[in-house]
Design a protein around this ligand. Structure first.
Ligand code: KIV
Length: 262
């Protein structure tokens, strides 16, 4: 059975929570088999899979298409759909309808959404409908232009207070966990101690209750740009390139197919 929001909350102060993104069936199956707690179909899909330049360029249909494939591959991990740009910021009814689509059409266990002005009301409306919501504060890529770009957030006292307030408000409005992206580790520590729900850090230091990375970054499968907070656990780009070149040479040199493949 897939992990629930309550299972994830129950891990706080017991052990660190693990989370990765996945965008398709084969990778999601492996991440699930490896025992990762939460799998996010991130809107990073735009950059690392679809070759677009901004997460604001993917919509509900693309996200659902990938979310369905991920759900089919997962037995135990909690699967979360990332609400894409404009799927929850414009109208409250749209936000709830789109959140429901992740659950009902794509088999997700919950959704994630990024902080914006009306985030508290929208979150409350979705959690009241029984859908687990993971909040996302700090660097929120969908609105990066409004927060000074792709930079560490909460660096001065006022900005730090603002982040702490956002975390408390999201907890009050029913979030079961929060992503803290590009937040100074001291602020992440304060937030983690202040709220009862787990914090999942990305570029937010070691004090968070858990960690998340974009899987294509940590597997070395996205060559365009690697953020400083990423640790590469593999170099799949080189492996794939080598295998494909070997195949090409084998075909040209008539070494493939051999008798055993015929
Ligand atoms: O879209 C994404 O992959 C994310 C993670 C970085 C948390 O939001």
């Amino acid at each position: 059975m897939k992990l629930s929001a309550n299972d994830i909350i129950g891990l706080k102060n017991k052990r660190k929570i693990t989370m990765l993104t996945a965008y398709d069936y084969p990778v999601a199956s492996l991440v699930d088999r490896a025992g990762i707690d939460i799998i996010l179909i991130g809107d990073s899909l735009a950059n690392v899979v679809l070759g677009l330049t901004s997460t604001t360029e993917v919509g509900m249909e693309e996200m659902l298409h990938h979310a369905k494939a991920v759900s089919r591959g997962v037995k135990n991990s909690m699967v979360l759909g990332d609400m894409p740009y404009n799927s929850y910021q414009v109208k409250e009814q749209d936000a709830l309808r789109n959140a429901k689509r992740f659950i009902e059409e794509a088999g997700c266990c919950g959704i994630k959404l990024e902080w914006f002005e009306r985030c508290p009301e929208v979150t409350k409306n979705i959690t009241r409908a029984g859908i687990p919501v993971m909040g996302h504060i700090g660097l929120t890529p969908q609105t990066a232009d409004k927060i000074g770009g792709f930079k560490v957030q909460g660096k001065d006292a006022q900005a730090a207070k603002c982040l702490i307030d956002q975390a408390v408000i999201l907890e009050e409005n029913g979030c079961f966990a929060l992503v803290l992206e590009c937040v100074p580790d001291k602020i992440a520590e304060i937030i983690t101690k202040k709220i009862a729900i787990p914090t999942i850090g990305i570029g937010a230091g070691v004090h968070c209750d858990g960690q998340v990375l974009v899987i294509n970054d940590m597997l070395g499968l996205f060559e365009r740009y690697t953020p400083k907070f990423v640790k590469k656990y593999a170099d799949l780009s080189s492996l794939i390139l080598k295998a494909v070149q070997e195949y090409k040479n084998d075909v040209i040199e008539k070494k493939f197919p051999g008798k055993e493949h015929t």
